[in-house]
Design a protein around this ligand. Sequence first.
Ligand code: KIV
Length: 304
Amino acid sequence: MSTLPSAPSGGKVTIQTLLSKKVHGEPITFLTAYDYPTAVALDRAGIDGILVGDSLGMVVLGYENTIPVTMQDMIHHCRAVKRGVSRAHLVGDLPFMSYQISTSEALRNSGILMQKGGVDAVKLEGGRERARAIRAIVAAGIPVMGHLGLTPQSVHQLGGWKVQAKSTEAAKTLIEDALILEDVGCYAVVLEAVPVEVAKLISQRLSIPVIGIGAGNACDGQVLVTHDLLGLFDRFTPSFVKKYADLFSAMERAFQEYITDVKEGRFPAAEHANSMDPQALRDLVREISFLEPDIEPDDKVRYH
Ligand code: KIV
């Protein structure tokens, strides 16, 4: 029997809340956000955790992959999201090359993301090769979320966006890596694009929460890229995504309607404009009479 209290329904979500949810078998919900309004909407909707993922490089900044994303990008977007969050647990991704070069750089950049970006925890990609860096970051009091399976910052090494750990050998290595991440102090692990059976084994073996994306329903929680879920990304939708809206089409339609309205004189209508006091207008017209204004009967002023 666990001594952890039930996951609280209100109040700030902490790493202890997430652990408690795992212990009590309550599914953990995460989504990504990169800006203030999305953060507000997610927080109000009752999401457990918000990830400012480096996926922002693709879905917001239009890069082909996550590799060009910088610390400056991450800080900028973490700060925007932070302003919209009051309840959810906030995680920021460490971008490519911010933690791979040395343990001291990993530690320094984690500290910067927490101090300047305002995140509650950092996430980084990789297994045993990150053990030393993770230990150092955790020892400094910064919670670390791991990320295994399809790790997008290694997309060129992996040969594309492919499901990982399909062979016995690869699955065994993945399970070992997950155990190492737990051992060196990660408080949670994201498992991306791995077979459901492997994700289940890992979720059962680890005592920290396992958050799946394209890893089936046996994980302790789920995360998706919000732009995929909302249908806001125009290039592709991964097969593991459930699309809950088609906002890209809605956005295009709204823009087309606006363009047509402006062209055909339907916008702005009277209710979208402010009028001047009639006496003030008469005075104005008198004072600038040298401009020869033509006052229309409906009070529209045209100068020619
Ligand atoms: O960058 C991101 O959004 C992520 C999720 C896919 C887990 O790492």
